[in-house]
Design a protein around this ligand. Structure first.
Ligand code: HAM
Length: 461
């Protein structure tokens, strides 16, 4: 006999179940509302794209591209069908017989599950000629991203982001400030009050290269005192050394040259104006000169938001300006700025900081406790009417003993039990019992509908 296999979600992925999923919907709904008020429209891009799109945008030396992408060949790509492949290989003089060998001998397109969505949004902006649209193009997205990271609390291989991007011809600091204002309004709307916004400017292609060089020189001088990762980054990506959390490196990093002292006049001016704009809008921030971010496309403004109660994975949002990325991907000269909120961490932080979150969800309004064959059709009909008017109803599929029925209603968290027995059918009334205090009233159909509808409006359910 074969052993029964117990399937489990793959490491780093997870199921989001009720009632958590209701909180997810509430958070995503808040983002949709807030972003719409700021003039953003939703974009839905594919979950996978050409690997090269991400490699070019995010940078080949980054952890995301170097180590964390889920990439594969498309087995349904018509060019990859066995016969076609083998014939093609023969034509080109190969003696390969297996598909694997053939794939290796030709440069077929590789696909990657998106590790983030900024690159996809820029690709779509170019593909649909969105630079011809009036004003700035403001887009938001909500969906899963994939990175092969070591899973831990707040870090998953399939995680979710709520992101927003502004693309257009202007790089006015007011655009950065308005976007950040919108972000902080969102966090307040979902009840995340203990957040900190960090901002920085990492310069542009005029001033950053000189800074990176002087940083590299300084790092080479202290190389022996650094760990393996930082030593490697001196040559590949010295800015990332500033991100290091290794305790022994902190004192050394504090003494390194700072980008603020190397910004060109334009970048310095941009950063000063951004800070003035944030103050004007009442957005509180902390400057953090070490905030360089882990993706290569950033220029000038970078920012991050951290939240309480999350341990080491406490960044709930990251973002920044990426002027030049669209051009790098073959599009017209374009300025861009955006952010992505980590939904998983945002929701974890809400759950840890507000244990009452479950009580705030609408929940089940009515449990229909019906008894007797005659009561059943009446129960089905009233359930339908209540549901049509927006009231959430649970109708047991099989008859239950009265006590058991009320017990289940209670366990399901229903606010009311609607009792329908043969008496109720005969008198065309319903007995509505409020489960919190057992108060009961007899109501005709219209009064019942009206009462429950107004109750729904009152609870916001
Ligand atoms: P990021 O900093 O790589 O930026 O990710 C943004 C947020 O996604 C992080 O702050 C974190 O909350 C969440 N996140 C990232 N990786 C994971 C993970 N493995 N598990 C759980 N949450 C995670 C970006 O992705 C940029 N595309 C943001 C951006 C948009 N910049 C400009 N426009």
């Amino acid at each position: 006999m074969s052993e029964r296999k117990q399937f489990r979600a793959i490491k780093g992925t997870r199921d989001i179940l009720p009632p958590d999923s209701a909180l997810w919907n509430r958070v995503e709904g808040a983002a949709r509302d807030v972003f719409a008020n700021y003039g953003f429209g939703e974009i839905r891009t594919p979950i996978f794209e050409e690997t090269e799109l991400f490699a070019r945008s995010i940078g080949v030396e980054t952890d995301v591209v170097g180590k964390e992408m889920f990439s594969f060949f498309d087995p349904f790509d018509s060019r990859l069908r066995t016969e076609v492949l083998i014939e093609e290989a023969r034509k080109r003089g190969s003696r390969a017989t297996g598909v694997g060998e053939v794939i290796l001998s030709f440069n077929f397109e590789e696909i990657t599950l998106r590790p983030e969505a900024t690159a996809s949004v820029c690709r779509a902006y170019i593909e649909h000629g969105m630079h011809t649209l009036p004003g700035n193009v403001k887009l938001y997205y909500i969906g899963p991203m994939f990175r092969r990271e070591r899973p831990q609390k707040g870090r998953y291989r399939q995680f979710y982001q709520i992101g927003a991007e502004v693309l257009g011809q202007s790089d006015a600091p007011a655009i950065d400030a308005e976007l950040i204002e919108m972000l902080m309004v969102f966090f307040r709307r979902v009840g995340l009050d203990q957040t900190t916004l960090y901002i920085n400017s990492i310069g542009d292609k005029n001033c950053r290269p000189q800074y990176v060089e002087s940083l590299r020189e300084e790092l080479r001088r202290v190389k022996d005192q650094l760990g393996e990762d930082s030593q490697r980054r001196i040559e590949t990506n010295p800015l990332r050394v500033l991100d290091s959390k290794v305790p022994e490196e902190q004192a050394i990093i504090e003494k390194l040259p700072r980008i603020a002292d190397h910004l060109c006049a334009e970048c310095r001016d941009h950063f000063v104006k951004l800070k003035q704009e944030l103050k004007m809008r009442g957005v509180k921030y902390d400057e953090n000169w070490r905030l360089v971010r882990g993706l290569d496309y950033y220029t000038r403004t970078t920012f991050e938001v951290t939240a309480a109660g999350l341990g080491s994975q406490n960044a709930v949002c990251g973002g920044g300006r990426y002027d030049g990325l669209v051009e790098l991907l073959g599009g017209p000269p374009t300025k861009g700025i955006g952010f992505a909120i980590g939904s998983d961490r945002t929701i974890l932080s809400i759950q840890e900081g507000h244990p009452e979150w479950k009580r705030e969800l609408p929940g089940l309004a009515v449990f229909v406790a019906w008894m007797g064959a005659k009561a059943y059709p009446a129960a089905v009909q009233i359930a339908r009417k209540l549901r049509d008017s927006g009231v959430s109803v649970e109708l047991p599929a099989e008859e239950m003993k009265f006590k058991k029925s009320l017990g289940l209603a209670d366990k399901l968290g229903a606010r009311y039990a609607l009792i329908i027995g043969e008496d109720e059918v005969a008198s065309a009334t319903y007995t509505l019992k409020r489960l919190s205090d057992a108060e009961q009233k007899k109501l005709g159909e219209n009064d019942l509908l009206e009462y429950l509808e107004s109750e729904r409006r009152g609870t916001g359910a």
